[in-house]
Design a protein around this ligand. Structure first.
Ligand code: ATP
Length: 238
C-alpha cells in the first residue's frame, strides 16, 4: 500500500480559537480511515483545510505532491473530492444535472461521461429512478447518495466524507455505510469523519480520535471499537 495523503503538523486558527493543533496523520491507498470526535472537535475544519477552503499551516502531501500552494480548485483536479457536512446538493437542479456538475473540471463531453453516470446509477438505483427530479425534493438519504455520486463524478483518488450519517434514519445510515464499504472494494480511498462512531469504525481499516483539535488516539477500526475510552465517549456504551 502506498501513502496517498500525508498530513504533518496541520493547524488552523480562527482568531484566538485553535481549531486544529498540530495534527499529523496519513491515509494509504485503498484504506478507509475515520476521524471520530465530538461536536467542535475540529473534524470539519480538518476536511476544509485538506480541500483548501480553509487556510492552514503545516504540510499536506497528496500523492507525494506538496499541496501548500495549491488552490482548492486545483486540488479537485488532483483528485481530492469533499462531500461536506449537510450534503449541499444543488436543490434547484435535477439529479442528472447535479451529477454533471460534479464533472465540471473534466474535459470529456457529456456523451463521453454518460457511461460513468450509468455506473453511478447502477450503484444507486434510487437515483436512477429520480434522474429528472429536483435534488431539493429528494429525501435526506437520497441527497447523501447524490452528494457521494456527484463527488465520484470528479474521478477522485480520495473521497472525503464529512458526517454522511448526520440526520438520517438508522436503516438509511446502514445503507450509506454499505455503499462506502463497496466503494473501497472497487478501489477507492476514503477519509471519513463521524460523530456516530460505531458503524464507521466497523468498516474502517484505521481510525483517529480527535479531541479539541488534537489527535488523542489512533489504531485499527477494531482496536478503537474495543477501547473503553472510545466506547464511553463515542459509542454510548459504558
Ligand atoms: P461538528 O461535528 O459540531 O461540526 P467539528 O468537529 O466538525 O464539529 P469544527 O466545525 O471543525 O468541529 O469546529 C472546530 C472549532 O472551531 C469549534 O470550536 C468551532 O466553534 C470553531 N470554528 C469553526 N468554524 C469557525 C469559524 N468560521 N470561525 C470561528 N470559529 C470556528
Amino acid at each position: 500500500m502506498s501513502r496517498l495523503l500525508d498530513i504533518k503538523n496541520l493547524a488552523v486558527n480562527y482568531g484566538a480559537v485553535n481549531a486544529l493543533k498540530q495534527v499529523s496523520l496519513h491515509v494509504d491507498t485503498n484504506e478507509i480511515v475515520t476521524i471520530i470526535g465530538g461536536n467542535g472537535a475540529g473534524k470539519s475544519t480538518m476536511m476544509r483545510a485538506l480541500s483548501g477552503i480553509e487556510k492552514s499551516t503545516g504540510s499536506i502531501a497528496f500523492g507525494g505532491q506538496d499541496l501548500t500552494a495549491v488552490s482548492a480548485h486545483k486540488r479537485v483536479g488532483l483528485g481530492i473530492a469533499h462531500v461536506p457536512e449537510g450534503r449541499q446538493v444543488f436543490p434547484d437542479q435535477t439529479v442528472f444535472d447535479n451529477l454533471m456538475l460534479g464533472a465540471f473540471l473534466r474535459k470529456e463531453s457529456p456523451a463521453e461521461l454518460a457511461p460513468e453516470i450509468d455506473s453511478c446509477f447502477a450503484m444507486f438505483p434510487r437515483l436512477k429512478e429520480r434522474r429528472d427530479q429536483y435534488a431539493g425534493t429528494l429525501s435526506g438519504g437520497e441527497q447523501q447518495m447524490l452528494a457521494i455520486c456527484r463527488a465520484l463524478m470528479s474521478k477522485p483518488r480520495i473521497l472525503m466524507l464529512d458526517e454522511p450519517s448526520l440526520g438520517l434514519a438508522p436503516l438509511i445510515v446502514a445503507e450509506i455505510f454499505k455503499i462506502i464499504k463497496s466503494l473501497k472494494e472497487r478501489g477507492m480511498t476514503i477519509l471519513l469523519v463521524e460523530q456516530m462512531a460505531n458503524q464507521a469504525l466497523a468498516i474502517s481499516d484505521r481510525a483517529y480520535v480527535l479531541e479539541v483539535g488534537s489527535i488523542v488516539m489512533e489504531g485499527t477500526g477494531q482496536e478503537l471499537l474495543a477501547s473503553e475510552r472510545v466506547r464511553e465517549a463515542y459509542l454510548g456504551k459504558h
